[in-house]
Design a protein around this ligand. Structure first.
Ligand SMILES: NC(=O)c1ccc[n+]([C@@H]2O[C@H](COP(=O)([O-])OP(=O)(O)OC[C@H]3O[C@@H](n4cnc5c(N)ncnc54)[C@H](O)[C@@H]3O)[C@@H](O)[C@H]2O)c1
Length: 382
């Protein structure tokens, strides 16, 4: 069972993490590209952690990461790291998504718990391998859907659970953004020698929605809390014709109780402004959505909106260390929860079963847009 109580979010704090033990949790980070840099910036604010080893085959990324983790030993092959280092307490997997399963299963083989970046995997079979390896080793598998910890999302989840809009019946969301990072790692095809941005290939990315939009779908699916029965999607490459993965997609996810989740991703809208990210929940009693940093609730009685305040209690010292966007304060909270799960045996906020469900929903959408037909839940493996 996942731990989704309010206490989960408020009880963890950096000082509590430090006080829990004199000994920091010693981490090995595998995959030190762009996202790892944001992790390392956050870890600098967390005395309860110590990064002792880093692995990546790309020397410039490894060297840049090493500047953020003084004293950590670097490896170009993660297998050597896992074989050699007996002083590691947990592994953080931040490789391109198609390698999550391989690296996670190897870490469990060493008897080490894992924090693995989203998406959990690029196939349902890989997600199952990860769950099985975690079960066999008896070690924690925590999946990095840090956006469940965005204060607005947490507040919306709470308000839904309190029945503020009645039973959720229809949900709409979107992510309109710019193209993938052109400096992403390149996958080299062993037969042709051609190197391609890993986010352009279906094999390495899984699907465009699995790479982004996945956070919003995961959070909305978490709030809807129902069983998916059917998924349909349409998409293609209208602007970026240089790749396999699509540049836009619209999907409809249908749940057992009749709820529909409609979601759109577009990658050729770099300057979308407030239209770029939307999450609208419509229930039997009213509608709820974020507006200017608050949660707006409009009841069916037509009496206007009520605005609920949202507080972000992340310490300034952390936001000052942020790399890129505000998402780093969520990554900070994620590390607090990971430590709690490790030290107190608490169920993770994002357990492998719900992370796998998100993978399966999105892979059904990908299959639907490729095959131009509606997918049932059983059209992919259990
Ligand atoms: N949670 C979030 O908000 C978020 C944001 C961005 C990316 N991500 C996820 O993080 C992961 C990495 O994304 P990124 O943006 O850092 O990609 P990236 O291309 O910037 O970096 C990937 C790194 O993995 C390394 N790598 C490749 N093969 C490896 C191997 N066998 N062993 C170890 N390292 C290997 C590459 O050399 C590169 O340094 C992806 O799964 C992505 O979906 C999550």
């Amino acid at each position: 069972m996942e731990d989704i109580s309010r206490r989960t979010f408020v009880a963890a704090s950096a000082s509590a993490l430090a006080a829990q033990s004199d000994k920091p949790i010693r981490l090995a980070i595998i995959g030190t590209g762009n996202r790892a840099y944001a992790h390392l910036a956050i870890l600098k604010s967390l005395p309860g952690y110590q990064v002792v080893a880093l692995a990546d085959p790309t020397p410039e990324n490894l060297d840049r990461a090493a500047t953020m983790a003084p004293g950590a030993k670097t490896y170009t092959d993660y297998r050597k790291l896992l074989a050699e280092r007996k002083d590691v307490d947990a592994v953080v997997v931040i490789t391109p998504s198609f390698l999550h399963a391989e690296v996670t299963v190897a870490a469990f083989g060493r008897g080490l718990p894992v924090l693995c970046e989203k998406p959990m995997a690029t196939t349902v079979e890989d997600a199952n391998r990860m769950i099985e390896a975690s079960r066999k080793s008896g070690k924690l598998l925590y999946i990095g859907f840090q956006k469940r910890l965005v204060p607005l999302t947490v507040k919306m989840k709470e308000l839904v659970a309190a029945g503020e809009i009645g039973k959720i019946e229809f949900v709409s969301g979107n992510l309109f953004r710019g193209d993938w990072n052109p400096r992403s790692w390149k996958y080299t095809n062993p037969k042709t020698g051609v190197a391609t941005n890993w986010r352009y290939l279906t094999f390495t990315e899984g699907s465009a929605l699995l790479e982004d939009g996945v956070h919003e779908i995961d959070s909305l699916n978490w709030m809807i809390d129902d069983r998916v029965v059917r998924v349909t999607a349409s998409g293609g490459n209208n602007v970026y014709k240089d790749r396999e993965t699509v540049d836009h997609v619209a999907t409809i996810i249908e749940y057992a109780s009749g709820v529909k989740l409609s979601f759109e991703l577009c990658l050729f809208a770099p300057n979308a402004g407030p239209a770029g990210r939307r999450m609208v929940l419509i229930g039997s009693e009213g509608i709820m959505y974020p507006e200017n940093g608050k949660v707006a609730i409009r009841k069916r009685d037509g009496k206007g909106a009520r605005y609920v305040d949202v507080v972000d209690d992340t310490p300034k010292s952390v936001t000052e260390n942020a790399v890129g966007s505000a998402q780093d304060s969520e990554t900070y909270k994620q590390y607090l929860l990971f430590a709690r799960s490790l030290r107190e045996g608490k169920a993770p906020l994002v357990g492998p079963d719900s992370a796998k469900a998100t993978v399966k929903i999105i892979l059904l959408a990908e299959k639907s847009l490729r095959e131009h037909r509606v997918m049932n839940w059983n059209d992919l493996p259990a």
